[in-house]
Design a protein around this ligand. Structure first.
Ligand code: SAM
Length: 312
């Protein structure tokens, strides 16, 4: 299967499967060194989800939005082959890739691969899973309340959900405030940096109040997550919001240009090609390249970790 994007006058157009392309290349810009570093970070999120899952031998785990198997294979490594893992995802390409990895790891007999969406897991029978996990998936699901109800349906009484989701809303609200500020000063040359920053960041996250409300990425807070699971009929529920302000890893400029912030957005190179003039691109590079290559960009990661139990 060919997943490469096509080339057009403004650079590559939309890839065939954005989920596959992001996880396998656009997340790390095709740079093996940066890929290792991203891997270490997501494994730390994975470990925390698995701690919350309280898995035991012989259980059935449903991992929703399984991607390339980060959670699933980590769970089997922890518990052993008696764990049965159902890897569900909307992306056929990622399921194929995960299946190939399962064979490489020799854990194929512990795995079932299922194409389906978090809001409608029709192929999963009611009360059939001991644990449901999901990571960085609900942020892309429009109807999160429906997904929470579906997780409850497939769990056995006493079963638990353990999830981790990025919370982007604050970052988007800050962008919207900055946009309002510069829009009030249309002719002020001192706002140039802010305008270019908004053109770059505004291609990665919603940056107007209407877009923030409409996008599944930003239409919820960590408190809404609690409400979705409470309303779906879960009992004991815990949520921890983990906020890290830390410097991004130093990467070569070309790697930075080839990365995309998340699966649904263009790479930095594509953003510059589509939204910047040649002069603006030169200015942006002069300002940003030293910062990127010295690892001086500050990121704020906000991750909500939630566990909830279906009452017996
Ligand atoms: C950011 S990736 C995370 C993958 C994996 N959970 C991990 O932690 O590495 C998002 C995943 O969710 C899947 N996905 C997106 N929307 C979905 C939906 N509505 N239902 C199920 N999976 C979905 C994508 O195909 C992709 O594998």
């Amino acid at each position: 299967m060919n997943h490469a994007g096509r080339n057009g006058p403004e650079g590559p157009t939309a890839p065939a499967d954005p989920w596959f392309d992001w996880l396998t290349s656009r997340r790390h810009g095709g740079d093996p060194g940066f890929e290792q570093s991203v891997r270490r970070t997501v494994e730390s999120y994975r470990n925390r989800v698995l701690d919350g899952a309280q898995l035991a031998e012989g259980m059935t785990l449903l991992d929703v939005g399984a991607g390339d198997g980060l959670i699933a294979f980590g769970a089997i490594a922890r518990v052993g082959p008696s764990l049965k893992v159902i890897l569900a995802d909307i992306s056929a390409a990622l399921l194929q890739r995960a299946e190939a990895v399962a064979w490489q790891l020799g854990v194929q007999d512990s795995c079932v691969f299922l194409q389906g969406s978090a809001e409608r897991l029709e192929a999963v029978p009611e009360a059939s899973a001991d644990v449901v996990t999901t990571r960085a998936v609900l942020a892309y699901v429009q109807d999160k309340a429906a997904a929470a109800r579906e997780f409850r349906r497939v769990l056995k009484p006493g079963g638990r959900i353990s999830l981790a989701e990025p919370i982007y809303r604050d970052e988007s609200l800050n962008l919207a405030r900055l946009a309002e500020f510069v829009d009030r000063r249309p002719a002020d040359p001192s706002t140039l940096d802010a305008r270019l920053f908004l053109r770059w960041k505004g291609a990665q996250l919603p940056a107007t109040p209407a877009d923030i409300r409409a996008s599944p990425l930003t239409n919820f807070t960590e408190r809404d997550l609690i409400t979705f699971f409470e309303d779906a009929g879960f009992g004991e529920t815990h949520l921890e919001l983990h906020i890290d302000m830390r410097k991004a890893v130093a990467v070569p400029w070309d790697t930075f240009l080839a990365t995309a912030h998340h699966p649904q957005v263009p790479t930095v190179r594509e953003i510059l090609a589509r939204r910047f003039t040649v002069e603006e691109r030169r200015y942006f590079e002069a300002q940003m390249r030293p910062v990127v290559e010295a690892g001086q960009i500050m990121n704020r990661d906000m991750i909500a970790y939630l566990t909830a139990v279906k009452p017996k």
